[in-house]
Write a protein that binds this ligand. Structure first.
Ligand code: SAM
Length: 228
């Protein structure tokens, strides 16, 4: 007699989850996300990234009038690290599909930036006019979209000419494959990440390792600049 039980296979895990499934995974983790980042040393690693020679020169134009967009802002950790590396508090906009993550971001960022605009939206369709931002940043959200180049083009659309796009992604590795069983995150090589930014027609593209420990093992960063 055939068994009717569904046994999960690799094909099952490889399939991208629906946006609702992804949202519910992040909704459930929002209350502990910031603590988990701290435990992994990732709050410090994000600071090291924004203070690094690879990134710092691209933020020299940021002042209290600057508009920064964080795509997949989560609990606000990546924006906070940027704010800690610049001299004056800028205006932060953050986009995320998870309300509980945005509630945490509100707590993290409310006293740290000039103004805060958090919206529950999808980064594949940003609710902003062309050329609105002085910098666009993203951390560990590109792994969740099936169309990375189109999504990066959308981020580039809202960048002002000459402004930087700065992001972190999960490195393709055994650790990433194991993580993906729960988080459904893809992994990329340094060459893949750089080629995505080049296909977005950004200039001065650079993809590199950053931080220590977890970050060295699991993360990659990249920078590119929108042509003037
Ligand atoms: C791995 S977390 C990273 C959060 C934060 N950037 C950080 O580094 O701590 C990914 C975040 O992206 C959000 N996300 C996933 N897909 C998204 C989409 N298409 N549009 C907007 N946010 C998305 C999730 O809800 C989650 O908060």
């Amino acid at each position: 007699m055939p068994l009717n039980t569904t046994i999960p296979t690799l094909e099952h895990w490889k399939a991208a989850p629906s946006i609702d499934t992804l949202r519910s995974i992040y909704d459930a983790s929002a209350h502990q996300w910031q603590d988990n980042l701290a435990r992994l040393g990732q709050l410090h690693n994000y600071q090291l990234l924004f203070k690094s020679q690879a990134v710092c020169p691209y933020l020299s134009h940021i002042d209290q009038t600057s508009q920064i967009l964080d795509c997949g802002v989560g609990t606000g950790a990546f924006s906070l690290a940027l704010l800690e590396s610049v001299a004056q508090p800028a205006h932060i906009s953050g986009i995320d599909i998870s309300h509980p993550m945005l509630t945490q971001a509100q707590q993290t960022l409310k006293n740290r930036c000039a103004t805060l605009d958090l919206r529950c939206e999808d980064i594949r369709r940003l609710p902003f006019a062309d050329e609105s931002f002085d910098a666009v940043i993203f951390a560990h959200v590109l792994e969740h979209v099936a169309e990375p180049v189109e999504t990066l083009r959308e981020m580039s659309r809202v960048l002002k000419p000459g402004a930087p796009l700065i992001g972190s992604v999960t490195r393709k590795s055994l650790g990433q494959v194991l993580m993906s069983l729960h988080w459904h995150n893809r992994g990329y090589t340094s060459n893949q990440l750089a080629s995505f930014l080049q296909a977005t027609e950004l200039e001065a593209v650079n993809s590199f390792d950053y931080g220590t420990g977890w970050s060295r093992w699991m993360c990659l960063a990249a920078v590119g600049v929108k042509p003037r």
